[in-house]
Structures are given as structure tokens and as C-alpha cells.
Design a protein around this ligand. Structure first.
Ligand code: C5P
Length: 215
């Protein structure tokens, strides 16, 4: 049972691919963005401008876990409330805080310790699981990622505007790439997969080949 890390910018199709890959391999899928999103969700719910220290105190008073492919807050799956654009932006702001990253590091490592996982995020191959068996860096052009995010938002029933989506994706990427701690970057030993002109099935086949045959 291997440990597989998938990193990349938002809208590259990581979640869909990581969960499909996990299914194909009979592994568990772990969406680390959902853990960061849960912290942002708690921050918004608690209201006010809490210091990171105070926020983490409040987070610690609740129970965050990951079961059956979803984050559980106090034993309940959160669902789509953590996927709105507002929560996405808040998440990317909070995730540059070293204390927030530290807080989630041990939980992520614990979730992967038995192997048989496909863990997806921004710093899995570089920081969380530097000795993962197979690492992928999944990306696509900014234009294509914005287009996919647009479709996703529409499907959620949110009012969307392409230019706003593009600006939001760009802002989030810049923050994720330029933060001081655990920035989004391709690990030296990660396999680069550019999905701009690839179907989900093609990406999946490419990854399964690497996992099973090493090429
Ligand atoms: O992957 P997703 O878009 O759900 O992640 C939301 C945000 O959480 C990202 O924009 C990023 O700021 C943060 N994140 C992170 N490290 C991870 C996973 C997500 O900083 N491993």
C-alpha cells in the first residue's frame, strides 16, 4: 500500500482526480484543503477578527476529523458550506499562518501513517509527506482552471462572473505560491502532469501507470 501525494494550484482538477485515483487503487482519499477550509469556516462562524491564537483555541475546543472521504466537525460531515468563494478566500488567507499549518500537520500525517492513501493539497509532497512513494504536481493553464471553476460554481447554483473567478483564482494562487511557510511548489521528485488539454480519464491513466509501473 503506497502513499501518494498530489499537489497543485486551485482548479487543476486535483479533488476529482485524487478521489478517482483513490477509488481505482482501492485507497483512501484525503482532501487536505477541506481541513483548511474547516478552520476558515469556524473563523467565519465565530465572527469578528479573531487572532490566530484565539481562533486555534476555539478550533481546539471542537473535534475535527476525517472519515469516509470528508471532514467531520464534531462528528458531522460539513458538506458544501466550506466550498463557497468567501470561504475559499478566507481559507487561503488563514493558510499562510504558520500556527494554522502547524496545527494541521500532525493530523494530516496521522491520516496517512498506515499508507494506502491519496493525499491532495498544496504542500503534501514538499512538507507533509516528503517521503511519499509517488508525488504528482497537477496543473493546468490559468485560463482553463478559471473555466473549470466557473462550471463548478454554476453547478453549485452560485451567481458567477468569469472575470471575478479569474481574479479570485489568480489572487489565491499568488498567495499560495508566495507565502513564507509551505508555499505551493512542485517537489523536486514530483511528476508534473499538465491537464490543460487532457481529459480526466487521460490524467487518471497517466497517474495509474506511474503508480503501478513507475512510468
Ligand atoms: O484545495 P482547496 O482549494 O480546497 O484548498 C483551499 C485552500 O487551502 C488553498 O487555496 C490553500 O490556501 C489552502 N491549502 C493549503 N495547503 C494544503 C491544502 C490547502 O494551504 N495542503
Amino acid at each position: 500500500m503506497k502513499t501518494i501525494a498530489i499537489d497543485g494550484p486551485s482548479g487543476a482538477g486535483k479533488s476529482a482526480i485524487a478521489s478517482a485515483l483513490a477509488k481505482r487503487l482501492g485507497y483512501e482519499y484525503i482532501d487536505t484543503g477541506a481541513l483548511y477550509r474547516t478552520i476558515a469556516y469556524i473563523a467565519v462562524r465565530e465572527g469578528g477578527d479573531l487572532s490566530t491564537k484565539e481562533l486555534l483555541k476555539r478550533v481546539d475546543a471542537q473535534s475535527i476529523d476525517y472519515k469516509d472521504g470528508a471532514v467531520q466537525l464534531n462528528g458531522e460531515a460539513l458538506g458544501d458550506v466550506i466550498r463557497t468563494e468567501a470561504i475559499s478566500q478566507k481559507t487561503s488567507q488563514l493558510s499562510k499562518e504558520p500556527a494554522v499549518r502547524d496545527y494541521l500537520l500532525s493530523l494530516q500525517r496521522r491520516l496517512a501513517e498506515d499508507g494506502g492513501v491519496v493525499m491532495e493539497g498544496r504542500d503534501i509532497g514538499t512538507v507533509v509527506l516528503p517521503s511519499a512513494d509517488v508525488k504528482f504536481f497537477l496543473t493546468a493553464s490559468e485560463e482553463e482552471r478559471a473555466r473549470r471553476r466557473y462550471e463548478q460554481r454554476l453547478a453549485f447554483g452560485e451567481a458567477v462572473d468569469m472575470e471575478t473567478i479569474k481574479a479570485d483564482i489568480h489572487a489565491r494562487d499568488e498567495r499560495d505560491k508566495n507565502r513564507a511557510v509551505a508555499p505551493l511548489k512542485q517537489a523536486a521528485d514530483a511528476i508534473l502532469v499538465d491537464s490543460t488539454a487532457m481529459s480526466e480519464e487521460e490524467v487518471l491513466d497517466t497517474m495509474v501507470n506511474y503508480v503501478e509501473n513507475g512510468h
